[in-house]
Design a protein around this ligand. Structure first.
Ligand SMILES: Cc1cc2nc3c(=O)[nH]c(=O)nc-3n(C[C@H](O)[C@H](O)[C@H](O)COP(=O)(O)OP(=O)(O)OC[C@H]3O[C@@H](n4cnc5c(N)ncnc54)[C@H](O)[C@@H]3O)c2cc1C
Length: 327
């Protein structure tokens, strides 16, 4: 058994101090991902800094945005009245994730920081540049059915597994961070990274930085939204592909649009060109088909996952039609 020390500080400052001093320390929130990784020998922190005593659970409306604390539970956020009123897309994405039991433990901060579900990352006897830099990527020539079709590198083709994060990126959220150098705000779009030559780094957090919460700016996407998740089972399964779609329709014209995909890249994949193709157009199947074609340009699959390209197009079309049909 591997030994580790356990601390439960009651201030954010004490939490980041405890983490910064130790190169092999980790924060723990709901523990639904980290404990699994420790049991499997994928991660072996020598110190766990439990952040559950910190006052980071609040969900509150502020001028111009909605603030959600990093320790707010996935279940609480998905049911919260402010979330369903102002950002129903987020509620739908959260409810598509994991299971009710897991959502009762999982936190907003932990969800965005969960590690990839790549089979090679989870199995320490197999090569994985993300788990052990320089060991190779087993998935490139191996079992790559779940893997990336956008933004991958020859070092890593893993995907980011969160559903919540796909809605967050579509809604232009920001991540509020506190660390040894003070506070900073990271646009959600820049929070997760592409793998490049350093796939071991999932995100742009620096050592010792604590996610305090997220802020989602007010927007017009309160009705015509949909989160479509295509997966092997109806529950308790990660996305093969998922689509977060949000439309602001006035009369029959699309005034504004947001589109992002999950299950296709190392980070939540925002589809800006496809959004531009929707804005100003009539909300018709033809417009949605064009946007779906644009969205999937540049996608490149591997031996077992090229099916994600036509599936992605169909999922975008379906998600946009469903969003547009909501009255
Ligand atoms: C069987 C199963 C099925 C699942 N299916 C899905 C699914 O379909 N969709 C989906 O989106 N997710 C799914 N999940 C993943 C689940 O959503 C995550 O495990 C959960 O959201 C992680 O949150 P947590 O609070 O438990 O994180 P933890 O396990 O406590 O932490 C995860 C990571 O985040 C870090 N961390 C946590 N909070 C902070 C913070 N505030 N600041 C800095 N670092 C922090 C920790 O150090 C750790 O590295 C599934 C999980 C399981 C076990």
């Amino acid at each position: 058994m591997r030994q580790f020390t356990y601390l439960r500080p009651s201030t954010s400052k004490a939490a980041i101090d405890a983490l910064s001093k130790d190169p092999n320390a980790q924060f723990i929130a709901g523990g639904t991902n980290l404990i699994d990784l420790m049991k499997k020998g994928v991660m072996a922190p020598e110190k766990l800094v439990d952040i559950n005593n910190l006052p980071l659970k609040e969900i509150k409306k502020q001028t111009g945005n909605l603030h959600i604390g990093a320790l707010a539970l996935n279940s609480d956020v998905s049911e919260n009245k402010l979330v369903t009123q102002y950002h129903p897309l987020l509620s739908l994405a959260l409810k598509a994730g994991a299971s009710a039991q897991l959502r009762n433990m999982a936190t907003v901060g932990g969800n965005m920081l969960q590690r990839t579900r790549c089979f090679y990352f989870y199995e320490p006897s197999l090569p994985c540049n993300k788990r052990e830099p320089g060991s190779g990527c087993g998935a490139l020539e191996g079992v790559n059915r779940m893997h990336a079709i956008f933004g991958w590198s020859d070092k890593c083709i893993a995907v980011h597994p969160s559903d919540m994060a796909i809605a967050m990126v579509a809604l232009d959220a920001s991540v509020l961070v506190y660390g040894p150098k003070g506070n900073r705000r990271i646009p959600f779009q820049d929070f997760h990274r592409l793998p490049g030559d350093t796939p071991e780094k999932d995100n742009s957090l620096e050592k010792g930085e604590l996610v305090m919460g997220v802020e989602i700016p007010d927007g017009p996407f309160t009705k015509n939204v949909h989160y479509l998740k295509v997966r092997d089972r109806a529950s308790y399964a990660f996305a093969l592909v998922s689509v977060a779609a949000a439309l602001n329709i006035s009369g029959k014209t699309i005034k504004d649009a947001r589109l992002a995909m999950g299950g296709v890249a190392h980070k939540p994949w925002r589809l800006l060109d496809a959004e531009k193709a929707l804005i100003g157009k009539p909300a018709t199947e033809e417009t949605f088909k064009q946007a779906a074609d644009i969205a999937m340009r540049g996608a490149k699959g591997f031996k077992y996952n090229s099916f994600k390209i036509p599936m992605g197009k169909n999922a975008i079309l379906d998600a946009l039609k469903t969003a547009a049909a909501k009255v």
